[in-house]
Ligand binder design. Structure first.
Ligand SMILES: Cc1cc2nc3c(=O)[nH]c(=O)nc-3n(C[C@H](O)[C@H](O)[C@H](O)COP(=O)(O)O)c2cc1C
Length: 243
């Protein structure tokens, strides 16, 4: 028996691909129908990590399998109203940015995702939240495509620039990637003879105490379940009581 899940993507690169992989597995299991909600930043970030162009594998576009973009919604986020009307068995927010978690901790509902969360709470729909900034300290996170200026020699004919299907590479002194155009397709990575384009470079990121505290605050709200890693989503959703 299929049941419906609302999946919210916020503007976080951390664990985004991993979350996508879990939803793909869930949809392929034919157990769930997924409606995907993207915040404005979520749409941008999913694009540069190459996830936006893969979402149609999860969202057929049919009723309750749509991709809902914040930028298409009015200020009242009418589609978030589905949560209070009991259309979904659960809401999953993964990855959840520090920004979205902070807003939810304060009861603010002024974006598509925070509004969906508020409506879920009002409709007694459980919310599974996977915050990127979970515990204060250093975490490793992956960048989208970047050109390493130390490696790039600035060829006269830059092949990645010529062949980028999205015209996302510009010369600003040296070639640089315009993240507002990049779709994370990685075509450029294999074209640079000097391997100067790196996708998924790991960097250190400090999680603030403030963000950890906000996670603690939302964990105390009724119906909120905090997840530490996207791999926990599969079991959480699979064990939902459909009766
Ligand atoms: C490439 C990229 C990756 C980002 N990754 C994260 C992240 O992992 N965690 C986070 O809290 N913010 C991250 N941000 C910053 C958020 O996108 C930004 O705070 C935004 O305002 C969040 O809006 P939202 O919470 O409505 O989606 C990232 C931004 C960019 C451009």
């Amino acid at each position: 028996m299929e049941f419906k899940i609302a999946w919210c993507i916020t503007g976080a690169g951390h664990f985004l691909q991993e979350t996508f992989d879990v939803f793909l597995k869930l949809v392929k299991s034919n157990k769930v129908e997924v409606t995907t909600f993207l915040s404005c930043a979520g749409e941008e970030v999913a694009r540069v990590y190459g996830v936006l162009d893969k979402l149609d594998k999860i969202s057929s576009g049919r009723y309750y399998q749509e991709i809902i973009l914040e930028r298409d919604q009015g200020k009242g986020f009418p589609m978030a109203g589905r949560l209070v009307r009991g259309q979904y068995l659960a809401l999953v927010i993964s990855p959840a940015t520090a920004n979205t978690v902070a807003k939810m901790a304060c009861g603010i509902a002024d974006t598509l995702v925070t509004s969906a969360f508020a409506q879920a709470q009002k409709g007694d729909v459980p919310a599974y939240i996977m915050p990127t900034d979970y515990k204060a300290g250093i975490v490793m996170t992956k960048l989208p495509a970047i050109i390493d200026n130390g490696i790039c020699v600035g060829c006269d004919n830059c092949l990645p620039l010529e062949k980028c299907p999205n015209n996302a590479i510009r010369i600003v002194g040296k070639p640089t990637i315009d993240l507002m155009q990049c779709r994370g397709c990685k075509v450029c990575v294999g074209l640079c003879p000097y391997d100067a384009i790196i996708f998924g470079k790991e960097i250190k990121n400090r999680v603030r105490k403030l963000d950890e505290e906000n996670v603690r605050k939302i964990s105390l709200l009724e119906g909120v379940i905090i997840l530490k890693h996207p791999s926990e989503i599969y079991d959480a959703v699979s064990s939902l009581d459909v009766t």
